[in-house]
Structures are given as structure tokens and as C-alpha cells.
Design a binder for this molecule. Structure first.
Ligand code: TMP
Length: 222
């Protein structure tokens, strides 16, 4: 894996955990405190990626083949890594990214039933082996999460909720999938329950990230 001076932090979890809200709040906090920081999200993050995002999430796309869907996520990711994430990390920024490779393993692997090995290979190809320095896995009860997400998501982006996630056991498999991913690589993750208030959750996120920044600074000093 290539070394970058920046720090790559991803937010993962099922629907309705508040990933974007917390990532945006962290972005504002870090920026106010003088850190060079970038906020981004998948699918999307580039011109091409945003177009792929609307194909993937618009309800009019309907049911598509699971491998076609996988390729679309990976195509969006490759553009994102090459043109946005890697350059930002190279220039020393802290990149906050909502969803990344773990979402593909959880949703297309544990959710849709595609081979985990195949997805890992495609993830590696799409990202040039880029792995986050820290992944914050936000957790919520699937029913509550889906309820929140149906409330917040725009009608143009409801394909997953309408076509796939409303089956309760699917969302449970995806959530368990995330836990299996954590078990295989526990050092990279912090799992945070969102049962507590938003402020308490944010405080935890902030502390994990600040200690990561300190660690990185220490490691960069010869
Ligand atoms: P969002 O709600 O975080 O914007 O993500 C849109 C949907 O896309 C969400 O239901 C999760 C799904 N997704 C995958 O199925 N695979 C992936 O690789 C990514 C990044 C997202």
C-alpha cells in the first residue's frame, strides 16, 4: 500500500445512522481548528461518479443485475480515488468519506449475496489498494435506521430502500456483514452505537479522530 501524508477516514454503517451529519460536523470542526480537510461521499464525488450515483439510486432504474450494480459502484469509486481522494491525501489533507469499500462488501456481498472474494479483488483494483487509516462504523437498529432514512432521503434516491432494503432480513444481513468485516480487521475500526444523543456520539467521533491525527503526527516526525 502506498504511503500518503494525509489521513483517510471513512464513515460506514446501514441507513439512518447519521453518517453524513456527523461527517459534515467533523469537517466543520476540523476546518475551524485549522486542519486541511475534505468532505466527500460515495457513490459519487466526481462528475462521472455523480452521474453513476443517479443511475444507481434513482427508482426508475428499477431492478438491475447485481454484478452490473457492483461494476457501477466500482467505476464510481475508481474515478473518485484517482481524481479526488488520492490527490487530497497526497497533498496532506484529512479526507472524510461517507461510505467506501466496506459498503460494497456489506451491501453487494452480504446483502445481495455476491462473492466477498470477488468484491475484495474489485475493490483493490478500483482503489489501487487504498485502505482507510480509520473507519468509524456507526450502528443502529435496522428498523429504526430504515424509518429515519425513509424520512430523510430524497424521492430521486430511494431505489435501494424501495427495491432491496425494505425486507428486514436484508438490512440485518448487511449490518451483520459490517460486523464480520470489523472482526477481520479490528484495528482499523471504531464501532459507535448511535443510541446515545447526537452530541455524545459526535464527541466520541471527535476524540477518535483527534487521537488519530496525533498518532499520524508522531509517526511523521523522524
Ligand atoms: P447513501 O444513502 O449513503 O447515499 O448510499 C446510497 C445507497 O447505496 C445506500 O443504500 C448504500 C448503497 N451502497 C451500496 O450498496 N454499495 C456501495 O458500495 C455504496 C458506496 C453504497
Amino acid at each position: 500500500m502506498k504511503y500518503f501524508p494525509g489521513l483517510f477516514i471513512t464513515f460506514e454503517g446501514i441507513e439512518g445512522t447519521g453518517k453524513s451529519t456527523h461527517a459534515r460536523r467533523l469537517y466543520a470542526f476540523l476546518e475551524e481548528n485549522g486542519h486541511p480537510v475534505l468532505f466527500t461521499a460515495e457513490p459519487g464525488g466526481t462528475e462521472v461518479g455523480d452521474q453513476i450515483r443517479s443511475i444507481l439510486l434513482h427508482p426508475k432504474t428499477g431492478g438491475i443485475d447485481a454484478i452490473t450494480e457492483l461494476f457501477l459502484f466500482e467505476a464510481s469509486r475508481r474515478e473518485h480515488v484517482l481524481h479526488v481522494i488520492q490527490p487530497a491525501l497526497q497533498s496532506g489533507r484529512i479526507v472524510l468519506c461517507v461510505r467506501f469499500c466496506d459498503s460494497t462488501i456489506a451491501y453487494q456481498g452480504y446483502g445481495r449475496g455476491l462473492s466477498i472474494e470477488m468484491i475484495r479483488n474489485l475493490n483493490r483494483l478500483a482503489t489501487n489498494d487504498l485502505v482507510p487509516d480509520l473507519t468509524l462504523l456507526l450502528d443502529i437498529d435496522p428498523e429504526e435506521g430504515l424509518r429515519r432514512s425513509l424520512h430523510h432521503t430524497s424521492p430521486q434516491e430511494l431505489r435501494f430502500e424501495e427495491e432491496f432494503l425494505k425486507k428486514k432480513d436484508v438490512l440485518c444481513s448487511i449490518r451483520n456483514g459490517f460486523f464480520k468485516i470489523v472482526a477481520e480487521d479490528p484495528k482499523r475500526f471504531q464501532v459507535i452505537s448511535t443510541v446515545e444523543s447526537k452530541d455524545v456520539v459526535f464527541e466520541k467521533i471527535k476524540n477518535y479522530v483527534l487521537s488519530m491525527i496525533q498518532d499520524k503526527k508522531r509517526r511523521n516526525v523522524p
